[in-house]
Design a protein around this ligand. Structure first.
Ligand code: COA
Ligand code: ZN
Length: 308
């Protein structure tokens, strides 16, 4: 049995939040269905933000409801505040990723409050989950955005990331997702941060979320995997970026990330050829978007053998 890693598709959220053309709800659900059939158990399907802020997610409730009916899929949703979290609970979300930023200035730009105020809202969301009797049923993850640097503030002290992660673990987070929102991380930084982080978070699982803005994305995945990380976010065709972070571009491409992890002996449970067929569909669904990713062009090497 190969060592395993989980890849969570975030194209429908991180990917679509910069896309101006509205993707119809049914197309979003077809995307989810096809990718679940290719072996994905985790897909971040939408974001509970005000439609006035990101119109692409005006159909959040419908997308979540549809995704919940797909066999084998555990859809997750992003929320930027307590209000989004309670809406997600109202609509039966089983995994919620609350986002806050290690960079104070990015937090202000993204969600219009201080990082400490966001931390307090995360605690309130945990309390809301308990009050609804949903502890153990709804997983609450918290993403620490701009954990490796910020295009507004610049430097983000590692110690601040550790302090936030420790507070999240103490607050009852089921997962801490460490995000390089603007593609500032390098592999040395990643290896160092992840090697130390668990001494602050104990048994709480850690996920890594990389962007390929400066072509370091996959190198950072290897560094994180070396440091023991087994949960990765990625976006089909490398779509995406944060609309509230200047210069933000796409995530690491899911298909390249799957190929990388399988190549270095980490099984993902994903059928690469089925995944490339979904990737081809993306060109039909979003004909005017620029998509990245190398595997789609080159296809797997003749010598490629999946891990499992
Ligand atoms: N979903 C739906 N409506 C929401 C909401 C949510 N998550 N959060 C707030 N609202 C509503 C409020 O109920 C209020 O409505 P009202 O005017 O009818 O009373 C209105 O929006 C303003 O609420 P307020 O709490 O003052 O929000 P704000 O104006 O300070 O904005 C955010 C805060 C978080 C809602 C906004 O900054 C945001 O959506 N940011 C998006 C972040 C994001 O998605 N980034 C990319 C991913 S990292
Ligand atoms: Zn991102």
């Amino acid at each position: 049995m190969a060592d395993m890693a989980i890849i969570r598709e975030v194209g429908l959220r991180d990917g679509l939040q910069l896309v101006k053309d509205m993707l119809p709800t049914e197309t979003k659900l077809e995307w989810c269905r096809l990718q679940a059939a290719a072996g994905f158990n985790e897909i971040e399907v939408t974001s509970f933000v005000p439609p006035s802020v990101i119109p692409q997610f005006a159909d959040a409730a419908e997308v979540l409801a549809g995704a919940k009916t797909i066999p084998g899929l555990r859809p997750s949703v992003l929320v930027p505040n307590l209000k989004g979290g309670t809406r997600a609970l109202d609509h039966g979300a089983e995994k919620i990723t609350f986002v806050l930023s290690a960079s104070e200035e990015h937090n202000l730009s993204n969600v219009r409050k201080s990082t400490d105020a966001s931390l307090a809202e995360f605690r309130d969301l945990v309390a809301e989950r308990e009050a609804r009797g949903l502890a153990g049923k709804v997983e609450l993850s918290c993403a620490i955005a701009t954990a490796f640097g910020c295009s507004i503030q610049g430097e983000v002290p590692e110690l601040r990331v550790f302090e936030i992660a420790a507070q999240l673990a103490e607050a009852g987070a089921d997962e801490v997702n460490v995000a390089d929102t603007v593609g500032y991380a390098n592999p040395h930084q990643v290896r160092t941060l992840f090697s130390v982080l668990t001494s602050y978070t104990g048994a709480v699982p850690i996920a890594a979320h990389f962007h390929d803005t400066r072509a370091m994305g996959l190198a950072n995945v290897v560094a994180a995997a070396d440091a023991g990380i087994r949960r990765f976010d990625a976006s089909l065709g490398g779509l995406g970026g944060c609309p509230f972070a200047p210069g933000a571009t796409g995530n690491i491409a899911t298909e390249d990330c799957v190929y990388l992890l399988e190549s270095i002996g980490l099984g993902t449970g994903i059928d690469i050829s089925a995944l490339l067929e979904v990737r081809a569909k993306l060109d039909e669904w979003l004909p005017t978007e620029r998509v990245e990713g190398r595997l789609m062009k080159a296809k797997p090497a003749k010598t490629f053998r999946p891990a499992a």
